[in-house]
Design a protein around this ligand. Structure first.
Ligand SMILES: Nc1ncnc2c1ncn2[C@@H]1O[C@H](COP(=O)(O)OP(=O)(O)O)[C@@H](O)[C@H]1O
Ligand SMILES: O=C(OP(=O)(O)O)[C@H](O)COP(=O)(O)O
Length: 402
């Protein structure tokens, strides 16, 4: 292992632990999700071995509707850990320090949203972050720093890179597992076919991955908005460019050149949908062959059944499958056929698999599949994307230092 883990840390100490509890917020209500469940494993282990456990995490970005306090997170996390999680509405002021100093062995305390502290953002070098008042004030109250926030480790923020320079630093259990699985495409040699399922709405991200992965992947199976951009580049009249709908057009302009050169150079490795699904006048799912589309007049919300039939055997013939992004708007059952089709094929084969992206991995439980049938279901989005290309993550790099 490239960094120290909890196995290297003496129990019974006061530890500062960075989690990633960043969650969807609906009408002010923080939504429970697998980030809580995963991080609970690390938190529970630390509490059970008698550490004084102080947690840091962020929620949303300043100015956003989801930029809220972590008070609700403490309750949700407590439910997963099976122990009380105290909360203090302070990041590093006197209230936070008092709460930290009054902790006892086995107790857990969550500090307020790190992004409410001005010095947490913006991204700067670890040395600069280590020198902030935030880090300099908190660090002396701890014996060790543990980073479990793999899914935020691509950000060079104070709570993710600063403390590792001031305290003995360790990877938590989530960090360990995520790092190993998500880096495997860059670090492992697979003998058989390596397939990547590419979809979702964040087209720029996934197109960069495709552009950087080179010969590591044998087949890309496309869907979602990313897939539609490729279909348009291949000369089809698809695309969400109805008046006022500039989301698709922006992504098209930003990625057009890359897509065209990818199709040009590696077209035989890139499988595009042969049919697409949409909502018809009676609100039912309808499908149309891509070859029959002659007008950009509707939104396509899933790949069609013929496409799933083409993708399925490719997945079953693969030694490794990596998934980034959903093939359709799977949250609506009518448009779940593509996403569920490929995930089911993966779950029914014994290939090595990694499913990434917070949204996409939700389809697994939503449609009654068993997480145990997948190699690894990542709770990371942006960090997973970077790991796929072998790019370093700031929060991981500082853990590798002595
Ligand atoms: N054709 C489509 N139209 C609208 N939304 C889509 C379409 N295809 C996929 N999606 C949406 O993409 C989301 C997942 O994409 P993305 O955010 O890029 O991935 P993740 O969060 O898994 O990293 C899903 O919530 C799904 O509803
Ligand atoms: O949820 C996160 O990333 P993700 O949306 O890539 O999964 C992380 O918490 C990072 O959050 P940020 O993208 O606001 O820095």
């Amino acid at each position: 292992m490239t960094f120290k883990t909890l196995d290297d840390l003496e129990p019974g100490q006061r530890v500062l632990v960075r989690l990633d509890l960043n969650s969807p917020v609906e009408d002010g209500e923080v939504q429970d999700n697998r980030r809580f469940d995963r991080h609970a494993t690390t938190v529970k282990e630390l509490a059970e071995r008698g550490d004084e456990v102080v947690l840091m995490a962020h929620q949303g970005r300043p100015g956003g509707d989801d930029f809220v306090s972590l008070e609700q997170h403490a309750d949700i996390l407590a439910g997963h850990v099976g122990k009380d999680v105290e909360f203090v509405a302070d990041t590093y002021g006197d209230d936070a320090i008092d709460a930290i100093e009054s902790l006892e062995s086995g107790e857990i305390l969550l500090l307020e949203n790190t992004r409410m502290c001005d010095e947490e953002l913006p991204e700067e070098d670890p040395e600069v972050k280590a020198d902030t008042e935030f880090v300099q004030t908190l660090a002396p109250h701890f014996d060790a720093y543990i980073n479990d926030a793999y899914s935020a480790a691509h950000r060079s923020h104070a709570s993710l890179v600063g403390f590792a320079l001031e305290l003995p630093a360790y990877a938590g259990r989530v960090m360990e597992t995520e790092y190993e699985a998500n880096s495997s495409i860059a670090t492992r040699e697979f003998e058989g076919q390596v397939t990547m399922v590419v979809g979702g709405t964040k087209a720029t991200d996934v197109i960069n991955v495709m552009n950087n992965l080179g010969d590591k992947v044998d087949q890309f199976l496309l869907g979602g908005i990313a897939g539609e951009l490729f279909l348009r580049a291949a000369g089809n009249d698809v695309g969400f460019d109805l008046e006022g709908m500039d989301f698709f057009d922006d992504q098209w302009e930003a990625n057009r050149e890359t897509i065209e050169s990818l199709l040009d150079e590696r077209g035989d490795q890139i499988k595009l949908a042969v049919d697409l699904a949409y909502e018809d006048d009676t609100d039912e799912r309808a499908e149309i062959a891509v070859a029959d589309i002659d007008e950009k007049d509707r939104a396509y919300l899933d790949v069609g059944s013929m496409t799933v039939d083409e993708y399925d055997p490719i997945i079953r013939d693969s030694e490794a499958v990596f998934v980034k992004g959903a093939l359709g708007l799977f949250e609506d059952e009518r448009f779940s056929v593509g996403t569920v089709g490929v995930l089911r094929a993966i779950s029914e084969t014994d290939c090595f698999s990694v499913v990434g992206g917070g949204d996409t991995s939700r389809a697994i439980e939503m449609y009654g599949m068993d997480e145990a049938d997948f190699g690894h279901v990542s709770i990371a989005g942006g960090a997973y994307i970077r790991a796929l290309t072998g790019a370093p993550l700031a929060g991981v790099e500082v853990l590798k230092q002595d």
